[in-house]
Design a binder for this molecule. Structure first.
Ligand code: HEC
Length: 129
């Protein structure tokens, strides 16, 4: 019975230790403070493989960074620039080949995010300043 009583605090301690180790492993890349809606989008981006190209914090790796792009003019193939508003972001996610960011030869793959998921990723990108 005593052992049973000890089990819970021990488990809790293990959890804290794991959480701390986990945090310190990521301390180079501090989490960006986000609203709940944007944090949901960040989780979608990480869970759906977007982050493997666009970065854990949208900083860009093998794909353009999402940081600071909202309402900027994005140079696209063909010579134009496109305003990165919600409509552009929606199109970029749901129809990746519609506008190609100039200079990128890697093809962004199609995805099957739901409309809600796309909108939460957009909320996330908007908060990445
Ligand atoms: C294999 C790597 C890869 C993956 C995975 C990927 N992308 Fe991309 N993405 C790219 C590349 C490369 C571009 C730039 C070329 C283009 O416009 O298609 C891009 C462009 C974008 C843009 C436009 C960015 C800008 O600067 O205008 C958005 C928004 C975007 N991706 C969202 C997503 C989302 C959301 C996901 C996950 C569902 C995702 N991407 C998954 C490679 C990727």
């Amino acid at each position: 019975m005593v052992a049973m009583g000890l089990l819970k605090p021990v488990a809790a301690l293990c959890f804290v230790v794991v959480a701390m180790v986990g945090l310190s492993a990521c301390s180079k890349e501090p989490e960006i403070p986000l609203s709940a809606a944007a944090a949901e989008g960040r989780d979608v981006a990480r869970a759906s493989g977007c982050a493997s190209c666009h970065g854990k914090n949208g900083q860009g790796v093998t794909a353009p960074s999402w940081q600071g792009i909202y309402l900027e003019r994005i140079p696209v193939e063909g010579g134009d620039t496109v305003l990165a508003d919600e409509e552009y972001l929606y199109r970029s996610i749901t129809d990746p080949q519609a506008d190609i960011v100039r200079g990128w030869t890697i093809k962004m793959p199609k995805n099957n995010l739901t409309d809600d998921e796309v909108n939460s990723v957009i909320a996330y990108i908007k908060e990445l300043r």
